[in-house]
Design a binder for this molecule. Structure first.
Ligand code: ADE
Length: 314
């Protein structure tokens, strides 16, 4: 006789997680370095009012095939009660270098390092955007738009390849199904494509993927701006448009800059004297084109960064 047979199902016990250090705080809540048994993990805490993001993010991580080298590894979720306060936790692999934004603040990168970071990031984004058919007993993976692509949401792994994180705003496009809420001015102002800043009302799958590609152009520019390959000075790390509008742009600032004046982050002249950087600069310009339909797809950018100029090593 199994004595547990007639017991009510008990909730899964919480993991023995020890929070060690606060790593990041933002709109989304906070990210902690934590210890789980013998290894470190990252714990992202969502405030209760943001249960939607916690649900969306785990829903995306749990989709078939999401175990990919260039997508942050998901471990699980927990609901924790801290006195009367309920906290929603999302547990993932911990990456010591933190986000690409943090990494670029502290380090310049060589041509080879930049290629490796750009190629791996594009592998992640291209995988996210692509559908994967059902195979080997696994279901299909739908196309997914990230909707908040930026250097803070790309993490740098210990071998300097990158992985994509933060799927709290992501949308999946399952054939024949409505992707749900698809309106709205969501994402981070600085990285918003002109059509988002203009408040175009509704978008389809391809429109959302193109909005990610605009933001991807900004992140590739951030990488390029910290690369030592060109014959010229490498400035301090700056966010896209930091030179033009500083740290806290309003929506109106961004609309004027990006929609009306069609400004983009500056491509320095000395970058263009390096064959590899020149090619990357034109790829970046094709990512952030004002005309959404003219933008390159993630697959195409991946191909360009992976196969072009492999022989340049400076
Ligand atoms: N910052 C945000 N997510 C992180 C993670 N998984 N590891 C390290 N730093 C992070």
């Amino acid at each position: 006789v199994d004595p547990s047979r007639d017991q009510p199902p008990s909730p899964t016990p919480n993991r023995p997680l020890k929070l060690i250090e606060l790593r990041a705080r933002g709109r989304f809540g906070s990210v902690w370095k934590a210890q789980l048994h013998e290894s470190y993990v990252a714990v992202k805490k969502f405030p209760l009012h943001d249960q939607q993001s916690w649900n969306t993010e785990q829903d995306i991580y749990r989709l078939p095939h999401m175990n990919h080298e260039n997508i942050l590894k998901f471990i699980g979720t927990e609901r924790r009660a801290d006195n009367l306060n309920i906290e929603l936790w999302l547990i993932t692999e911990f990456q010591q270098y933190g986000s690409l934004c943090e990494y670029l603040k502290g380090n310049t990168i060589s041509w080879t390092e930049m290629r490796k970071m750009a190629e791996s990031m594009m592998r992640g984004l291209s995988f996210l955007h692509d559908e994967v058919p059902a195979i080997c007993g696994k279901g299909a993976k739908p196309a997914i738009a990230h909707r908040d692509f930026k250097s803070k949401n790309v993490l740098v792994k210990s071998d300097l390849t990158c992985c994509i994180a933060d799927f709290g705003l992501a949308l999946k496009f399952e054939p024949g199904k409505n992707p749900g809420e698809t309106h709205g001015l969501v994402g981070t102002r600085r990285y918003m494509a002109p059509e988002v800043l203009e408040g175009a009302i509704s978008f389809n799958r391809d429109a959302f993927l193109r909005i990610d590609m605009y933001a991807c152009g900004m992140v590739l520019w951030e990488l390029m701006s910290r690369c030592t390959a060109a014959d010229g000075p490498v400035g301090e790390y700056q966010l896209p448009f930091e030179d033009e509008i500083g740290q806290h742009p309003t929506l109106e600032d961004m609309q004027e800059l990006v929609v009306i004046n069609k400004v983009r982050p500056a491509i320095k002249e000395h970058w263009l004297k390096h064959t590899g950087l020149e090619a990357l600069a034109s790829t970046i310009e094709e990512c952030w084109d004002h005309d959404a339909e003219a933008r390159l797809s993630a697959d195409c950018v991946l191909e360009r960064v992976a196969y072009a100029e492999r022989s340049i090593y400076t």
